[in-house]
Design a protein. Structure first.
Length: 431
């Protein structure tokens, strides 16, 4: 599998020739809706075995072979050239990357129906992508103030999960009227009768529907309820373990134990890492709809969160949170003004093509972006994800031996992610 970044003058025809790959294979892999009009800076995944390398200034056959860890004589033989040849800049070499065992990881994806039904788009996404998932998490079962639960529409999620050996995750939240409620959270964490009712409800639903993991996503909790949350998790873990259920939590993206703010203070990384079977780090939303234009999950900021998590818990308990979307901001940004519009990576590429602008790439954040002017003359800034940015996250997962990845959320088109996920990892399926 190789990533190709479109250059000025590139066409599907010459890219296919470059990689000895049929045009249709590249078109289908990247779900190109306008293959005749590529965007400069667009990242394409080329589904090939091994990879091609293009000679750069200062390269020699020996230095290239060392870079890829193969004998230079073998590299010469595979490419039908003399081992003593001088290589011109731009010369194409095929690198026969030997098959290597893929690391095992756990993958989760949230899926969020709206209203009382599951849309065809969401059901299609669940059906298409469940093979790449350990867990599928319908979002969400919301807690009532008496400890009972409101169920999201599930439609065929259970059948889809079962047919792909994917485990259903019971995501439980303190959402109330569409927002995370500190008041509801306080009740859940401090009223024993509500906790008992909640745990009874969870066990009954898990048994009836077939959930195997219970996932607490309790956000914007009062800072003074930090220890109450810890104690609730201890109690919940004991009860859920008796019922044969795993337990996980979602954690706000902290970089220290003393980080202040309503989103952070009640989330005790060390205790969650000790009690839970695993955690999801919500490592996204640096750029968010109500904020200024920024990359949504810049890898330098993500790395700080993961480093802190690793200082207080095992790497084998950490799922890296990853967004499947980007945002389009109208400039100038005004706090409290117009919200940025969410869009999928595929929609971002289509927008760049429609506006006839090139896609740029921020090396520090490892994130693609572009700017354009709309028909009213307003400037826009767009940040999103592409094959390069997601591969950078996969490399970090492998480097740090993390348990895996958790996606927010299905229903947004990003075909390159799933190709690369399959190429990089073996997805664990729970028994």
């Amino acid at each position: 599998m190789q990533i190709h970044v479109v250059k000025q003058g590139d066409t599907i025809f010459n890219i296919a020739n470059t990689y000895n790959t049929p045009m249709e294979t590249i078109i289908n892999a990247n779900e190109l809706d306008a293959p005749g009009t590529l965007v400069v800076g667009q990242a394409l995944v080329i589904p090939i075995v091994g990879q091609f390398y293009f000679v750069q200034s200062g390269d020699s056959l020996y230095s290239i072979a060392q870079k890829f860890g193969i004998p230079y004589q073998e590299l010469a033989q595979v490419n039908n050239i003399s081992a003593g040849n001088m290589l011109p800049v731009g010369f194409r070499l095929y690198i026969p990357v030997p098959p290597q065992p893929q690391p095992n990881i756990v993958s989760n994806a949230y899926i969020e129906p709206y209203g009382d039904t599951v849309s065809d788009t969401l059901e299609t996404a669940a059906r298409k992508l469940s093979p790449f998932l350990t867990y599928l998490a319908p979002f969400s079962y919301t807690i009532n103030r008496d400890g009972t639960l409101n169920a999201p529409p599930l439609n065929n999620f259970k059948t889809i999960a079962d047919s792909n050996n994917t485990t259903l995750m019971l995501a439980v939240t303190n959402l109330e009227n569409g927002e995370f409620s500190a008041e509801l959270g306080h009740i859940i964490l401090t009223v024993q009768a509500v906790q008992n009712k909640l745990l009874d409800s969870i066990v009954n639903i898990a048994s009836t529907v077939g959930f195997k993991d219970v996932h607490f996503d309790l956000e914007f909790l009062p800072p003074e309820d930090r220890e109450a949350y810890n104690n609730f998790l201890r109690k919940a873990k004991e009860r859920l373990s008796q019922a044969g259920l795993l337990m996980s939590t979602a954690l706000a993206p902290k970089t220290s134990a003393t980080q202040e703010g309503a989103w952070y203070e009640a989330h005790d990384y060390a205790v969650h890492g000790e009690i839970c079977d695993f955690v999801v780090l919500m490592t996204y939303e640096w750029g968010y709809s109500g904020g200024p234009p920024l990359p949504v999950s810049p890898i330098d900021e993500v790395r700080k969160v993961v480093d802190f998590a690793l200082s207080v818990m095992s790497s084998e308990k950490i799922l890296l949170g990853q967004n499947l979307y980007g945002y389009d901001w109208t400039l100038p940004y005004v706090e409290g003004g117009e919200l940025a519009e969410a869009l999928s990576p595929q929609q971002a590429i289509t927008l760049a093509r429609t506006q006839n602008v090139a896609i740029e790439y921020d090396q520090e954040a490892q994130a693609p972006f572009f700017t354009y002017f709309d028909s009213q003359g307003n400037k826009h800034e767009v940040w999103f994800e592409d094959a390069r940015s997601i591969q950078a996250k996969f490399d970090m997962i492998k480097e740090l031996n993390l348990l895996g990845i958790s996606y927010w959320k299905l229903g947004l088109a990003f075909p390159q992610n799933w190709l690369l996920l399959q190429s990089n990892f073996n997805i664990v399926k729970r028994e």
